[in-house]
Ligand binder design. Structure first.
Ligand SMILES: O=C(O)C(=O)C[C@H](O)[C@@H](O)CO
Length: 254
């Protein structure tokens, strides 16, 4: 029996547009509630949300088999964290702040077992192998992993073509918030030159035959990015959705 099929990877690589939501409330109960919504994917944020391996694992379990495919964002490109997140069962990773082809290639190799890469072997203890219930995990896991790297500053944009040329990179996600900050427009991802850079990068990513990702909560921004070819399309954040709804409810009766 092989590793579980990564259906999200296959859908995205076929060119399908898959919409999803950031989940940063860092709780499996809330993740399961979000999984009742008809998103194609839910991204569990290990960079900006208060998550650890236990909470990430619990949210993976809460989402799997409920409809949306789970994605995990790492806090950085540390190979040790990558190994641990893969061992708890994540199959699609989003890795932030990638600026060079060498960094992207090292990140890919951290996800792969030898001889392709250098992921440490511990499947017998790992949720990913269903605790050794998947006998062929070691020889089948690599093909079901999906690496999405984040390009979110000028250095990464400058190296985009080289990053796209890395075979192990399945897709590139453009981070409008961090790119805006690096371009001198912090808090203004809608600034004309930022938006132009985001849209242009998305077009280049799809032209290279790779998955193109972005996140926005602005419907017009989302539509422009979809038209530019974004197919890993983040359209919301649970934290801001929940906080906004709670504040609106309180104001309604004040
Ligand atoms: O730079 C970005 O935009 C992202 O990477 C997404 C943000 O990190 C997310 O937290 C929404 O602000």
């Amino acid at each position: 029996m092989p590793a579980p099929e990564n259906t999200l990877k296959k859908r995205l690589q076929s060119g399908e547009t898959c919409i999803g939501c950031w989940i940063g409330l860092a709780d499996p109960y809330l993740a399961e509630i979000s999984a009742t919504a008809e998103f194609d994917w839910l991204l569990i944020d290990g960079e900006h949300a208060p998550n650890d391996l236990r909470s990430l694992s619990a949210q993976l379990a809460a989402i799997e088999g409920k409809g949306p495919s789970p994605v995990v964002r790492l806090p950085d490109d540390d190979p040790v964290k990558i190994k641990q997140v893969l061992d708890i069962g994540a199959q699609t990773l989003l890795v932030p702040m990638v600026e060079t082809a060498a960094q992207a290639d090292r990140t890919f190799r951290a996800m792969q077992y030898p001889p392709i890469g250098f992921r440490g072997v511990g499947a017998a203890l790992a949720r990913a192998s269903r605790f050794a219930a998947i006998p062929d995990y070691l020889t089948s896991a690599g093909g079901e992993l999906c690496l999405l790297v984040q390009v979110e500053n000028r250095a990464g944009l400058h190296a985009l073509d080289d990053i796209l040329a890395v075979d192990g990179v399945d897709g590139v996600f453009i981070g409008p918030s961090d790119l805006a900050a690096d371009m001198g427009h912090i808090g203004k991802p809608n600034e004309a030159e930022v938006k132009e850079a985001v849209v242009g990068a998305l077009q280049r990513i799809r032209a290279a035959g790779k998955i193109a990702g972005v996140l926005s909560t602005d419907p017009d921004y989302i539509d422009d990015c979809r038209k530019a070819g974004a197919n890993f399309l983040g359209v919301g954040i649970d934290v801001t959705t929940f906080a906004g709804a709670m504040r609106a409810l309180a104001r309604k009766y004040r």
